[in-house]
Design a protein around this ligand. Structure first.
Ligand code: IVH
Length: 309
């Protein structure tokens, strides 16, 4: 399983489009734009319609066998439905934890004196790797399919069509997947979701843009790391303002002391934030943060919220 190269702005998306156009030698191509679900990539293998294995992406070549746990996830069908099922069919997608489930899980963990998960992705990863599948079942993980792996006979011409086939087999495909005629449309779809992402009940960290035609995937090929027909657009970290109510000193396992800002509770990227890391005393000095100050906090990827200004 390969990875995806990242872009961070419209100019970089246009540069990607130029590379595609140059490699294909023509303008006759379109795109599929998908939400980039912030979870764990898995490969599900179906043989004669039955789920026989689920593996995490791992290092791309070797992942972890999570079959027993994946089988407890309600949105992962144990048996595919529909006509003309390929004998061997591997589907790729993302296992994730809905934001509501994540908040409830952390509340319970706090009550039980257990360490809280930093974000839904870590919670999903932890939940998928539990030794007892009955415990995984309680974590209410979910799944979206976004691609096809090895298959004996899917015979579709486009990525969009492949996704329709996945749906027809009863695999859950994200409903916000759209076709875009050109890079300008891609950019406006990406910017639109950057504004609307907080309204989703799962976290996304960007968008994934894929050339639609499968024949063109073959022409474009891949580097050692990532396919040339696919790119991600990563959203900038979400920021918001809140007030520092206290500065506490946290003692780490090794005895290291870390200053932590205790904040007036605020919603940020789908969770309620009450604390933010100040990293160390030099950083505390540099920021000059005092109790009662209004600060800008941000949540970047898997990192615990931090004070940036
Ligand atoms: S396509 C070869 N589509 O993002 C390309 N990935 O940063 C295979 N991801 O490892 C991936 N949503 O875990 C694809 N709609 C989507 C995705 C998606 C989330 C994850 C996936 C991948 C990571 C790369």
């Amino acid at each position: 399983m390969l990875s995806i190269d990242n872009t961070y702005n419209a100019d970089e998306l246009c540069a990607f489009d130029k590379r595609v156009e140059k490699a294909l030698g023509q303008k006759g191509y379109d795109y599929v734009v998908e939400l980039k679900i912030d979870g764990l990539a898995v490969n599900l293998r179906y043989e004669n319609g039955l789920l026989v294995s689920a593996a995490t992406r791992g290092n791309g070549s070797v992942g972890e066998d999570v079959t027993a746990n994946a089988k407890t996830i309600k949105s992962i069908p144990l048996r595919l439905l529909g006509e003309n099922l390929p004998e061997i069919f591997e589907v790729r997608g993302e296992i994730y934890m809905p934001v509501k489930v994540f908040s409830q899980l952390n509340q319970i963990r706090e009550k039980d004196g257990k360490p809280k998960f930093a974000n839904p992705r870590n919670a999903a990863a932890g939940s998928l790797k539990l030794l007892d599948a009955r415990e995984t079942a309680k974590r209410k993980l979910s799944f979206f399919a976004y691609g096809v792996g090895e298959n004996s006979s899917l015979a579709t011409d486009s990525h969009y069509e492949s996704l329709q086939r996945l749906k027809s087999f009863s695999l859950p495909v994200n409903p916000h997947t759209t076709n875009a005629a050109n890079i300008d449309e891609v950019i406006s779809i990406c910017m639109g979701w950057e504004q609307r992402r907080a309204g989703l009940d799962y976290e996304i960290d960007g968008m994934v843009i894929k050339v639609n035609s499968l024949a063109q995937h073959d022409i474009l090929g891949a580097t050692g790391r990532a396919p040339r027909w696919c790119i991600s657009y990563k959203f900038p970290a979400e920021q918001c303002e809140t007030v520092v109510e206290n500065i506490a000193i946290q003692v780490g396992k090794t005895g290291a002391l870390t200053p932590v800002a205790e904040l007036a509770a605020v919603q940020l990227a789908g969770t309620t934030v009450r604390r933010a890391s100040l990293h160390n005393f030099e950083e505390l000095d540099r920021l000059g943060v005092c109790v009662g100050d209004t600060v800008v906090i941000e949540k970047a990827g898997e990192i615990i919220p931090q004070v940036v200004k």
